[in-house]
Design a protein around this ligand. Sequence first.
Ligand code: ADP
Length: 424
Amino acid sequence: MTYSNMPKKVTPTSIQKVLAKIRPAWMARVGHEMARGAEVRADFEQQLERFFDLLQQSVTTGDSAWMDSILLDWAKSSTETDLEEEPYQISFLINRMIALTIQVARETLTKQQALDLLAAVVPIYTYGLEVVARYEMETRVAHISSEMEKVQQRMERVDKSKSAFISVAAHELKTPITLIEGYASMMDDLLQQGTATSLDSLLTGMNTGIDRLRSIVDDMIDVSMIDNQLLQLNFQPTQVALMVEALCLEVATTTRSRKLTLDVKDFDGNKQWIYIDAARMMQAMRNVLNNAIKYTPDGGTITIDGRTLSGFIEVIIRDTGIGISAEDQAVIFEKFGQLGNVELHSSGKTKFKGGGPGLGLPIARGILEAHGGTIWVESEGHDEKTNPGSTFHILIPARIESTDPKMAKLFDTLGKNNDEKVVE
Ligand code: ADP
């Protein structure tokens, strides 16, 4: 008898017997070696039982395709979750199973039985390996292509945003420049004519334009400082209530003229002294408050509320305005994220829907993050008829000690000395 004609003489029934004989040892070995952790093992054992049943089925029928269902199930479940880290897990698993089957066969069967068994199952394993490797490779290729597509889309978006930003910035800067030019030429005319009228109103107009220019340029500088992590914070003790009060005074004329109600609540924590950069924090809250004013139709309400959370004070600015779609909520805090239609941009700081350069919220987020806090928005969507409103949450770390390193060091040593004294 030669090895090559041996499988022909081996009947499926005898192989079935051999398979049944090694089953317990095979289950124990493969289960133990391949599934770490009791929970994983229980589930994995079930899978192995199924695998072995199908292996037996394939041997009996001589058709390896019986293995397809379980192989694809395995390949799919792993490729969906672990594509990034270990793309060829199932191929590896099957390779390992072949090695373990050989081990178990050698330990539990006679030499002849082992040879018969391997002659029957190795082609099935090899088939399995091919199926899985092909599937894993295809999935990997699809994954890489979709990643590349995403990167490309992101690059296209950045590219588009950059040029849109330049258009918006140019437009935003042009409006006040035109205004200043207009007033300057009027002044020139008046001076040439020697008319003795007061230039006050013209100067006021000019100053409005200059202020607007300065504020746009300041925003651009702030964004670049945030981007380069150069934002310097000057921590001073203050209260949220003081900042809110000052902001309400700032917007009082606008809210009055736009018939907006400003409802400021007295909430827990708003009078707590905390160390923050009050000027920067006010800038962040101002950007949010000005937006609430801008995107709420006349007659609406803006509520400033809040609460204390462990280690934080949360300021909540809610409006009854046009709301923000889920899609936009994901991008409005990103620089260049929401630029909308360039044509709609005007230099209106507070007028209804007066677009800006789209830097207010990225700056607010940069300031909050530099403090160790965060900002997010909730809105049921954008609807200019039903006005679902938007709610901005501003999470401010409630530091009750100075972050000045020298001061902190001083407190630290004082603290340590006290501890030592207590130990003594
Ligand atoms: P902008 O200068 O355009 O106001 P922001 O960064 O301050 O830039 O805001 C980005 C965008 O987010 C706005 O253009 C607007 O579409 C949307 N947005 C911000 N706040 C609100 C709000 N309270 N209600 C509706 N939309 C808002």
